[in-house]
Design a protein around this ligand. Structure first.
Ligand code: ASP
Length: 334
C-alpha cells in the first residue's frame, strides 16, 4: 500500500503545559500517530517519522537544509505519495519556503502546525494534521509546490506568513489569498501560485543577516553585519524599498566590499520597486548597487538569498534571481 509520511520537527503541536508555561513534550511527536481521525484514511498508510523535537525559533538554516535533504530522500521511495511536515508556527514560513525552493520532487509536501498545545481546550493540531494528510492525497496537489495547511486553509509556502501571535487563524498570504480550503473532508483548490520557482542547489549559505531599518538609522547595523562575517544582507526598508539617507552610504560601502544587499519592505503586500531617486530611495539604493527583492517580506528574501548564494556570490548573478520583474535599469546619471 502507498503511504504518506508525517515528518515531525516539534513546535506547539508537540508541546504540553507544565506549571505556568508550555514546553516540548518528549512523546509529543509520536502522539500524532494516535490522532483518531487518521484511521478514516483508507487510501494510504500513515507513517510517522521523528526528525527533531524543537521549538521552531530554534530551527537553524542548517536544520532546514538537513530537512530538505531528508525529504528529498524519502520522496525517492516510489511508495511514498507525499509528506506532511509538522513544525512550530513561528518559523514555519521560513522552513516551508526553503523546502519549496530546494525540493527536487513535485510530489506534495504539506507543512502544518498548531497554535494550541496538546492538552489545551480546542487544540487545533489533530485537525490540522488530518487536513494536511487529505491535502497530500488530493489528486490536484501534485506540482502545487510546498503548501502550508492550518485552520482549514491551504497556502503557498512562498506567499504565506504568520500574522497573529495567538489566534488559530494566523496564517495568511497577504496580497494573494489561500490556494484552497479543506471543507468537510474535501480539498478544494482555487488557484495555483504562478510566481513559484525552484532553485536546486548543492549547498546553502547560512550566514545571511536580516536587518530592519528604522527612523534615525545611520547604517551601523549593516556595517556591523559585515564585520561579524555575514556573507549577504537582507535590508528591510520602508514602503517601495526606501531607507533613511545615512543608510544609503552604508549600503554603498557594503556592496563595494562585495557583500550583496537585498532590499525588501516592512509592507507585506505589493512590489519593492526602484521608484524614488532621493538619497536612500529605492532607485538611489539600486544605483549604489543594492538588489531589489521582488517579494516584500524580509524573512522570505532571507531564505531565498541563502539558497541563491549556495549557487553564486557574484552580486550581478544574484540580482538576476531577485529582479526578474524589474524592467527599468538605472542609467548613468539618472
Ligand atoms: N513557539 C512555538 C514554535 O514555533 C509556537 C508554535 O509551535 O506554534 O515552536
Amino acid at each position: 500500500m502507498k503511504k504518506v509520511v508525517i515528518l515531525t520537527t516539534g513546535g506547539t503541536i508537540a508541546m504540553v503545559k507544565k506549571g505556568e508555561s508550555v514546553v516540548p513534550y518528549e512523546k509529543g511527536n509520536m502522539l500524532i500517530s494516535e490522532i483518531p481521525d487518521l484511521e478514516k484514511i483508507k487510501d494510504a498508510k500513515i507513517e510517522v517519522v521523528e526528525f527533531s523535537n524543537i521549538p521552531s525559533p530554534h530551527m537553524t538554516p542548517n536544520d532546514m537544509w538537513k530537512l530538505s535533504k531528508t525529504i528529498n530522500r524519502i520522496l525517492e521511495d516510489e511508495d511514498v505519495l507525499g509528506i506532511v511536515v509538522t513544525h512550530g508556527t513561528d518559523t514555519l514560513e521560513e522552513t516551508s519556503y526553503l523546502l519549496d525552493l530546494t525540493l527536487k520532487s513535485e510530489k506534495p509536501v504539506v507543512c502544518t502546525a498548531a497554535m494550541r498545545n496538546i492538552g489545551e481546550l480546542g487544540t487545533d493540531g489533530p485537525r490540522n494534521v488530518y487536513s494536511s494528510v487529505l491535502t497530500v492525497l488530493s489528486p490536484q496537489s501534485y506540482g502545487m509546490g510546498v503548501m502550508v495547511c492550518l485552520n482549514d486553509e491551504i497556502h503557498a509556502a512562498r506567499e504565506v506568513t504568520k500574522t497573529y501571535t495567538s489566534n488559530v487563524a494566523t496564517f495568511d498570504s497577504p496580497g494573494y489569498g489561500p490556494l484552497g480550503i479543506v471543507d468537510e473532508d474535501t480539498v478544494i483548490f482555487f488557484r495555483k501560485s504562478l510566481t513559484r520557482e525552484k532553485i536546486l542547489v548543492e549547498r546553502i549559505e547560512e550566514k545571511i543577516a536580516l536587518i530592519k531599518t528604522f527612523t534615525g538609522d545611520q547604517g551601523d547595523f549593516l556595517k556591523l553585519a559585515v564585520k561579524l562575517g555575514y556573507k549577504g544582507i537582507v535590508l528591510e526598508g520602508f514602503g517601495r524599498g526606501n531607507v533613511p539617507h545615512l543608510v544609503a552610504d552604508a549600503v554603498e560601502e557594503v556592496v563595494k566590499s562585495g557583500i550583496p544587499v537585498v532590499v525588501t519592505s516592512r509592507c507585506f503586500k505589493g512590489r519593492v520597486y526602484p521608484v524614488y531617486g532621493y538619497k536612500g530611495g529605492g532607485a538611489d539604493l539600486r544605483k549604489r548597487g543594492a538588489i531589489m527583492s521582488e517579494h516584500p517580506i524580509g524573512q522570505k528574501a532571507k531564505i531565498k538569498l541563502m539558497v541563491v548564494m549556495g549557487k553564486t556570490s557574484k552580486i550581478e548573478e544574484i540580482r538576476k534571481y531577485f529582479e526578474k520583474d524589474i524592467k527599468r535599469r538605472p542609467k548613468e546619471n539618472e
